[in-house]
Ligand binder design. Sequence first.
Ligand code: UD1
Length: 339
Amino acid sequence: MKTILVTGGTGYIGSHTAVELQAVGYDVIIADNLVNSTASVIDRIERISNGKRPLFIKADLSNETEAAAIFDNNKIDGIINFAAFKAVGESCEKPIEYYRNNLQIAINMFVNMKKHGIKYFVQSSSCTVYGEPDSNPISENTPPKFAVSPYGNTKQMVEDMLQFITQTGEIKAIALRYFNPVGAHPTALIGELPNGIPNNLMPYITQTAAGIRKQLTIFGNNYPTPDGTCIRDYIHVVDLAKAHVVAMDRFFEHKNKANFEAFNIGTGNGFSVLDIIKSFEKTTGIKLNYCFGERRAGDVVRIWADTTFAEKELGWKAELSIDEMTLSAWHWQQQLAQE
Ligand code: UD1
């Protein structure tokens, strides 16, 4: 039985990944400082997992002592690193905090991996490393562009560190470059819990439909796209979680072809903001109150993934449709309202 440390495991993507890891027999240790999540998520993971409960350790992983204690007290076979600050706008206001937190967490993981002989590391990365693509779909060998935010830069920097750290052969790493994760677990027991006013589209839609927000503003309707709104590759969080399990399996089955590999994790399909709203209205039967506003600074016009490499090498492919994404997001929002 292999034990995986899931950092940031009470968060949105981490919690779904913990469920999928346990479903195929991994033991899971979750370490999280709960700045952006709650400990009750552990109970929910246990419910979804038919009574199998991850070990939970409350810790600030950017603190050397707290991070080291986890490794001194537990046998760990691999790490999936989700723990990070992740708000793009906030990262521009607090760049130093973002660099310190996101890079220090990664470094503390690497130091302890070396100390304890832990070989396998999966990094939560982002399509933001590509910037505005010259053409779509975008493949993994497209060189990253200058980051548009400190948040995006920390994702690039951790990938850069891994490029070099893995060259000694002691550590093998996979970076998963997510496109736009949305949706929630089909049980509606776990999902995205944005702090305050959501920055991202899907929680803003569901909160508007629930009456928490008055109106969704679509940021720009004069982009050079078929309907004038930006295009993204939205991916169901359950599909995304499964990609992490496949990446971890790849290490234990010795299938990795290089010490550092990066994979696009998307569906390969681009949908506009209006496409998402149409899907939401169709699946839920709710008419969404929205208007058009100014473009948001830093938005790329269009980006979607070339998924050929992930399909061929990982044997992983997204399965859930855009309608399953919008409907599950709504079910999660409804469940939240009952709490
Ligand atoms: C954003 C981040 C990205 C990060 C990802 C994590 C930026 C520039 N990028 O991606 O680095 O990895 O979140 O989830 O912030 N939209 C509206 N109205 C809203 C909210 C969004 O029209 O109230 C539009 C946006 O303009 C965009 C699309 O919806 O076209 C998706 O936006 P969002 O969910 O914020 O994701 P990204 O910006 O793609």
